[in-house]
Structures are given as structure tokens and as C-alpha cells.
Design a binder for this molecule. Structure first.
Ligand SMILES: [Zn+2]
Length: 345
């Protein structure tokens, strides 16, 4: 177990917004360490320094939580890439790497579990047993290596999220459980997202909300409704892509020629850092307690969000000072000035 004296997640949330950062799999794919398609975090064993570097970049940019890179490091997924035998080592190593970097600052370590692809509501009893065993296995190792709380995320099914919650509570750890929101307004097992979060809260989740799939425009309206029905903490970790009413998720975005942009053609839809800073401010105004970012996230967004929340972080030392640019310094365009003026709120 961890023996650091740093304040825990619930203590931090009690005194204000906690900032997180995710999107490790997406970013390490872009950096050439993870294969798009299976998206298994083999990098944890193959290039551990690359994982530590990204943790460190998020830490310097203001993330207070190092999320162990165990996303998709479960039995089903490792089978797909023929690395089932590396399962335990990959999980343990991911938590160790997160701990090593967390100690470089004052960050917490979150164990991480996600949708398993094994849950089947048509065969709930038998599939629940399989899912539970996968979660117990992954989190058992994580607890031995030392975690402060658990993030169960991108849950497509409320049923599966409830299993995750039970396993986390058995381990007596704080639980953050967030849903995927791929469908219009309900989970794959037919619960309205808001209702599903209420049920999770009623079952003892400490933090509920949404992560991934949606950009701020289409995520925040749902988050606002969640905020109004639960009394526990609320999390919002959107993707930094311009989703809208017609294309509410990044999986549904289409390029100009009509092709699906997800997952490899998404760059034209990225927000800029100032827009993600604005998201952080809006989320705080709504009453979101855990503000982060998911797939597509990168350190420059995290820093802009931290500064929008009024923080000075290690990477702030190198935040823009465009007035010092030899050419642009004397005539910065108006829009850019506006962005810079709004930036720190
Ligand atoms: Zn994501």
C-alpha cells in the first residue's frame, strides 16, 4: 500500500476542484508506442520510460492524479495480441510507473479499470462472473503495488459499472465511476446516463460522471443534469474534439469527404488550448469537482486548463509570452489577444 502522507482524493475534492488528465493510450499511439486497433498498453513493458515521460508531462502540466496505464490491460484484450502471459507483470508495472512519477510531485495514483467487452446483459449472470474476476485480478495487483483510489471508466453498461463499483468498495478504496456516452442518451443496457449516475451514486460511488467519447459541447449539458440529481462528486473528462448536436461523439465525426474520422483522422476536429481552458472554467461553474481530459488530451491542454482554474504549475514557467516574440510581439492578432486575456480567467 501507499505510505505517502499526501492528502487523499476525497480530502482534496472536499477542499476544491481536482484536476486529472488521461488519454494515455491515444497519446502514446501518436508517439509510436501503442498499436492503433488493439490499443493494448504494451508500452508499459516494452518502453516504460515513454510511459513515465507522459506521466511526468501531465504532472508538470497540473494533473493531480497519475492514472496507472492499465486501460485494456485485461485478459480479453491481451488475448487479442497474444500477451496473456504478460498480464500480471503489465498491470503491476503500470502501477509502479505511476507511483514513481507521482512521488516526483504531490500526485495521487489511481488504479484503472474499464469496459471489458466480456459483459453481456443477455447473459448477465455468467458474464458478470467473468467481469468480476477480471476486475478482482487487476485491482488485486494494483492494491499490492499501491494505489490511492480507483477510476472505473468508459463504462458502456450500467450493469458492468456496478460490478466495478462493488469490487472497488470491497477493497475499501474511493471509487470514481464514469460512463462512456457513445449512444444518444442512454447506456448500452438502456439506462439514461443521468439515471445511471444516480444509481451508481446511490450504490456508494464517491465520484460519478462521464469520460471520453464526447467533446465539451455535447458532454457538459449531460453533466449539468447529472450534477443536479446527485449529491456526490461529479467528474467530466471530455475529449478535446469539436463534437456537436449532429455528431455528438468523436466516433460519429465525419471528415469533409464523409469518412468516419475516428480514430486516425481526428486532427482537424481538435480544439485549441484556449478552448479547453474555457471548458475547465465552464465545468467549474457548473459544479464539476473532478475536471480532466480524455483521448486526444496532451500536456499543453492540461496546463491551459490548470491555469484557467487559477493554478500555477511547474510547466507554467514556459507558458506563452507572445509579447516577447520578435516579429509577432508588436502586432498580435485580436482573436489571439482575446484568448490570452481570457486565459487565466
Ligand atoms: Zn478516452
Amino acid at each position: 500500500m501507499n505510505n505517502r502522507t499526501t492528502r487523499g482524493i476525497l480530502e482534496r475534492l472536499k477542499s476544491g476542484v481536482v484536476q486529472g488528465a488521461e488519454g494515455y493510450v491515444f497519446e502514446l499511439e501518436r508517439r509510436g508506442y501503442i498499436k492503433a486497433g488493439p490499443y493494448v498498453p504494451e508500452v508499459v513493458l516494452d518502453s516504460p520510460e515513454a510511459v513515465k515521460e507522459l506521466h511526468r508531462e501531465f504532472l508538470r502540466a497540473g494533473s493531480e492524479v497519475m492514472v496507472a496505464l492499465t486501460y485494456y490491460a485485461h485478459r480479453e484484450k491481451l488475448k487479442d495480441v497474444g500477451r496473456e502471459n504478460d498480464l500480471e507483470l503489465m498491470n503491476r508495472q503500470a502501477v509502479r510507473l505511476a507511483n514513481e512519477v507521482a512521488r516526483e510531485g504531490d500526485a495521487l495514483v489511481a488504479g484503472n479499470i474499464c469496459n471489458t467487452w466480456a459483459y453481456d446483459p443477455q447473459n448477465a449472470k455468467a458474464s458478470s462472473r467473468i467481469v468480476r474476476a477480471m476486475y478482482e485480478e487487476q485491482l488485486g495487483w494494483a492494491v499490492e503495488e499501491g494505489i490511492d483510489f480507483v477510476i472505473s471508466e468508459t463504462n458502456d453498461y450500467l450493469g458492468e459499472a456496478l460490478i466495478a463499483l462493488e469490487v472497488i468498495k470491497q477493497l475499501k478504496l474511493p471509487a470514481m465511476v464514469t460512463l462512456a456516452s457513445v449512444q444518444h442518451d442512454q447506456t448500452q443496457d438502456g439506462y439514461d446516463y443521468v439515471e445511471a449516475c444516480k444509481i451508481l451514486a446511490d450504490h456508494g460511488a464517491d465520484i460519478v460522471g462521464l469520460n471520453c467519447d464526447r467533446g465539451p459541447e455535447t458532454m457538459l449539458p449531460i453533466i449539468e443534469n447529472i450534477r443536479s440529481v446527485v449529491s456526490c462528486y461529479v467528474a467530466a473528462q471530455p475529449v478535446p474534439y469539436k463534437t456537436n448536436a449532429q455528431y455528438p461523439t468523436f466516433e460519429s465525426l465525419r471528415t469533409a469527404s464523409g469518412e468516419r474520422a475516428f480514430p486516425l483522422l481526428l486532427e482537424p476536429f481538435l480544439y485549441n488550448r484556449f478552448e479547453m481552458a474555457e471548458f475547465a472554467r465552464r465545468a467549474r461553474a457548473i459544479g464539476v469537482n473532478y475536471i480532466g481530459i480524455c483521448c486526444g488530451g496532451a500536456p499543453h491542454y492540461v496546463r491551459a486548463m490548470a491555469e484557467a482554474l487559477g493554478r500555477t504549475v511547474p510547466a507554467s514557467k514556459y507558458s506563452p509570452a507572445m509579447e516577447l516574440h520578435p516579429v509577432l510581439g508588436s502586432h498580435i492578432e485580436e482573436k489571439h489577444k482575446e484568448f490570452l486575456a481570457d486565459w487565466k480567467g
